[in-house]
Design a protein around this ligand. Sequence first.
Ligand code: MN
Ligand code: MN
Length: 319
Amino acid sequence: MTEPSDASTSPRFAQVATYGRLPLRRDFVGAKSVFLGIPWDDATSYRSGAREGPSSIRHASRLVRPYNMFAGVYPFRVLDTVDAGDIDPVPGYTEDTFTRIESTLTPIFAAGVVPFVAGGDHSITLPVLRAHKAAGKEPVSLLHFDAHFDTWEAYWGTKRYTHGTWVKRAYEEGLIRRGHVFQVGIRSSLYSHDDVSNNSAIVERTFTSEDVDAQGYQPITDRILESVGASPLYVSLDIDVLDPAFAPGTGTPESGGLTSREMIHFVRELHRANLVGFDLVEVAPQYDHTGQITALAASNLIYEAMCALARYRSNASDH
Ligand code: MN
Ligand code: MN
């Protein structure tokens, strides 16, 4: 059993920052879930900076506490969570970096350990999903929270592996289950109307920010999770799904997004899902004029996702 260091004996501003003040253990032996950082932003299309995401999220996460009264769980205890450190990227070399990500994550998935990955730009989700397949697992259902489709073909005519193309690549590579790809929070302006039809060729259902407003989180998650059932679900959360008022620290902000409270409610619903992996990407703290609200939201959302999984596991073991 792992426990965060006790804030009543070691103040939370002391010691080296790990996620949730958990032990740093790269070998993850005995863990049922790991926090893992991928400080990489060479595949952005606008403003880089997400390489500072993992460290800023760890710093903000020193405030999370061991018990969640909404989920009724001690997530770190249930999941034996450790902070497994960062994957070293190869700056400037996307393919080499993706290889490192895939080879690090493959044994994690093979061992049935659930990774909670902090990016990094959104391109990192592709090698994480490749690792899931390389571990011999079936394709995942995908729940994708984002302001953007991320189903584009390429940037500048040539760059096919970017933060805006990973969903299309994952679909082409058979990493995600056909008919089981869902998006929530989409609202960005587009290059042309073709983007809409190209996206809907891949995505079963897109819930825009207007849909979130009109319907609320409950019916939307009901529809998605009923369709997903008990199949393995991977959740990828781009922090720009939040409104820039709540998450200014990101490379490609779009007005009119979700509040952090709405997003927490969406994530809490995941206690009904067979979550096999979760990532939170695109936190670029340099653009956060407050210093920390973006990383704070990210740290809380990762925590809520861990709590949702812990609740799912606790319920399963009750039966
Ligand atoms: Mn985005
Ligand atoms: Mn994205």
